[in-house]
Write a protein that binds this ligand. Sequence first.
Ligand code: F6R
Length: 365
Amino acid sequence: DLGGYEHYMLKEIFEQPQSIENTMRGRLSLDDATAVFGGLNLSPQELRGVDRILLTACGTSWHAALVGEYIIEEMARIPVEVEYASELRYRNPPTPRRTLVFGITQSGETADTLAALREMKRKGHPTLAICNVVGSTIAQEADGGIYLHAGPEIGVASTKAYTSQLAVMAMLGLYFGRLTHLSFDQGYRIIESLQKLPAAVEKALESNDAARKIAEKYQAASNFLYLGRHFNFPTALEGALKLKEISYIHAEGYPAAELKHGPIALVDEQTPSVFIMPRGVVYDKVMSNLEEIKARRGPVIAIASEDDDQVAKIADDVIRIPMVDEFLQPIVSIIPLQLLAYHIAQLRGCDVDKPRNLAKSVTVE
Ligand code: F6R
């Protein structure tokens, strides 16, 4: 049921305030100022003993893992590694004894993610699944896990499952942080931020008209760059992937500061750069990267905070997003990028929900 939308992808983009709410429901305890997960099947004593976390996944889920690395390391001070499942399964890395492994997969059926998890389980590590599809293979095989409760995702390009994965990452950061060194007060404030998230996503969806206009302007481009830093570096990767998948336009995501190490050679008047630059610790740094692009006549689309009056003076187009805590910015900043990809693909006459060569779950190696 498309519910009045032209495509499932658009419907699923607009469902995100609700799907994120569903992911968090019953999992935030103000009494204990922590997150609550019912299905980890590991005691707090066992989890407290973890001194390394390995996140493994493919595609968009791998981008969620990258955000997870930033959040969990910052909140819990536990070292986190992120591995492509397809690499992990054959790479045989040394895995310290108390490593906890998470497989992140919307479908729960991705062949490489299943194989990587099996290999880690065979090595004796506890394995947990973060997945959306109830009763999927990974849910049966892992020692425990966390369901996204995002509802079925029909569009091949992942949207609402991604933001739910990010919400789980934030809650895991809170949970492990509270097991280790975060105070009650700090945990409480993190929960308050999480509770404001669905409303912020609702607000970010108001960028739909702006995204449509920008899509009209740039629909004929052959290349796009996506640039962001810190928590929004993975957003740059995910924004570029969304555009590639459904519009077949070549797009690359980079940490903004890597520009000068090579990709800046791609910049010309026909190559738009999308800067993900909400206010935060790296704002000024990203702004100077933006200036480098403008100095080379590259068109710039900025995804910026609603109160940012500096950026409009220099960027060609600006999409506004509401302010949230920095660790939650990826959940809000990906919304206009999903919409931008959607509108560009739609204007180019692409089959948005069933892009060529792609399948919803990749059950072969
Ligand atoms: C991108 C996309 C894919 C999947 C990847 C992993 O929009 O949907 O990159 O994220 O194939 O799929 P899951 O999460 O089901 O393991």
